[in-house]
Design a protein around this ligand. Sequence first.
Ligand SMILES: Nc1ncnc2c1ncn2[C@@H]1O[C@H](COP(=O)(O)OP(=O)(O)O)[C@@H](O)[C@H]1O
Ligand SMILES: [Mg+2]
Length: 235
Amino acid sequence: MTTDPPLKELALHDITVRFGGLTALDTVSLRVAPGRIVGVIGPNGAGKTTLFNVISGFVPPTSGSLTLDGKPWRPRPHHLNRLGISRTLQGVGQFAGMTVLENVMVGARHRHAESEALAALERCGVTRFAHEYPGALQYAIRKRVELARALVAKPRILMLDEPAGGLDADEIRWLGTLITEIGTTVLLVEHHMDLVMSVCDEILVLDFGKPIALGTPSEISANPKVTEAYLGAAA
Ligand SMILES: Nc1ncnc2c1ncn2[C@@H]1O[C@H](COP(=O)(O)OP(=O)(O)O)[C@@H](O)[C@H]1O
Ligand SMILES: [Mg+2]
């Protein structure tokens, strides 16, 4: 088991990110309380991945700040594992020259890396692929390996960037069950509305970097601004 102190709160305060003339995030604030499943949705280009990149320290905010457990926090990619924060990448991001098991062991941070990696593969139902190479596997299997890689560290905060992308209905249902059963704090970027609406406690909606709504799934699905943003994107 992890010996991390439990999470108290991750918070973003008025985060703005500009890339040249483009504002990818525009004064976004968000509080993530322990055990919550928080969805981040919005049309393509809304800034969802950028939000994850800010929390993982890959993209420094142009302005605004973050706090972790109430203290000012400047995230750094190489500190995340130690802080108990894991993320999956949009798509699949495994090392081709390493087996599935070795890929998952990379994410482990305790001494019994191999047994923990095997347990994570088991949790994701892909133990039988442990000694294969990711490149030889079906996309849905690789997505599960990607999840196992994020879960192996037993994170306090799990960040999932479009985990359902490219999956069929059965796989998405399996994923939904896993997300609700892990019992950790989850930040979920996802386009599959059924999944988002069924697993999230609260949802932040971004549109061109702006937070246009924050609320429970039923509040969000009844919010005309949200429908408009999606219809605008489809048009
Ligand atoms: N490193 C970067 N440099 C320049 N522009 C970027 C960079 N990352 C993202 N963007 C731009 O910021 C906007 C938001 O992108 P992103 O966060 O990937 O959106 P989403 O994940 O919601 O589809 C897009 O217009 C994208 O092109
Ligand atoms: Mg994205």
